[in-house]
Design a protein around this ligand. Structure first.
Ligand code: HXC
Length: 258
């Protein structure tokens, strides 16, 4: 499908989605979030795709929800119709790994979208922030929940209450991003990680993502129980037999995704 606010392409088993409203620094409006949901669903259900990369451009991953679209809404508008917030849950339902490749601004909803991805790779020019308080609102898509889980209460309070930005080096020290690379190497690095994930047995990758996400949703005992059951379930897969046999026979494994 052709999208107006996104560009999509594939690189072998990797689906790439580029946010594409460059004049507005990829401000996230309802149309973009609708299209993002559709594009994610399309890659998630495509058997040929094993991993997804979500990115923006060198200046902005996304500078937040579209302030021009939001400015005139009343409480009644947003509460009744879920303007702005509707369709922000799509990333949560993607079962394949999603990598955020972030250069430039990832602010407000842009930072929240990046945090909904499974991991963030940052360019050295990346700037993260939850500046909503400066325009009279608060984060609305997980900023007050995922940011403290990622970087701890002290730094999250500092970011959310002052609205200040964090550069890539601080984001890496704080644990918000997994790697920082030169800006012109961002896509190369993100694709290398995506291909490394795509080369792993598919079922093990799906199960590992699902189990890891339990760490943020469930009490420890329940998460550990879920992990153990998923670990046991892997012994029902062909790729477990192949992976362990290949190791013992000192040869490369040939995984089939079943
Ligand atoms: C709409 C935006 C925008 C946004 C930038 N633009 N951010 N439009 N919504 N969030 C537009 C500008 O109006 C401008 O349009 C053009 O993009 C370029 O931006 P400039 O401000 O001229 O660029 P610069 O001076 O380089 O400053 C970059 C910036 C600044 C620091 C990122 O744009 C900025 O502070 N943006 C807002 C960041 C923000 O508050 N985000 C949180 C939004 S609330 P024109 O037409 O003038 O060229 C939110 C809630 C999430 O995200 C809730 C989720 C459910």
């Amino acid at each position: 499908p052709a999208y107006e606010t996104l560009l999509t392409r594939t690189d072998g088993p990797v689906g790439i989605i580029q946010l594409n409203r460059p004049k507005q620094l990829n401000a996230l409006n309802d149309q973009l979030m609708d299209e993002l949901s559709a594009a994610l669903r399309a890659f998630d259900t495509d058997e040929a795709i094993a991993c997804i990369v979500l990115t923006g451009n060198d200046k902005a991953f996304a500078a937040g929800a579209d302030i021009a679209a939001m400015a005139r809404y009343t409480f009644a508008d947003v509460y009744r119709s879920e303007y702005i917030t509707r369709n922000w849950e799509a990333l949560r339902h993607v079962r394949k790994p999603v990598i955020a490749a972030v250069a430039g601004y990832a602010l407000g909803g842009g930072c929240e979208v990046a945090m909904m991805c499974d991991l963030i790779i940052a360019a050295d020019n990346a700037r993260f922030g939850q500046p909503e308080v400066k325009i009279g609102v608060i984060p609305g898509a997980g900023g007050t929940q995922r940011l403290p889980r990622a970087i701890g209460k002290a730094k999250a309070m500092d970011m959310v209450l002052t609205g200040r930005m964090m550069d890539a080096a601080e984001a890496e020290r704080a644990g918000l991003v997994s790697r920082v690379v030169p800006t012109d190497k961002l896509m190369e690095e993100a694709l290398a990680v995506a291909h490394a994930i795509a080369a792993q047995p598919r079922l093990a990758v799906l199960a590992a993502k699902e189990a890891l996400n339990r760490a943020f949703e469930a009490p420890l005992a329940e998460g550990l129980q879920f992990e153990r059951r998923m670990f046991h379930a892997m012994f029902a897969t062909q790729d477990q037999k192949e992976g362990m046999a290949a190791f013992l026979e000192k040869r490369p494994a040939r995984f089939e995704g079943r």
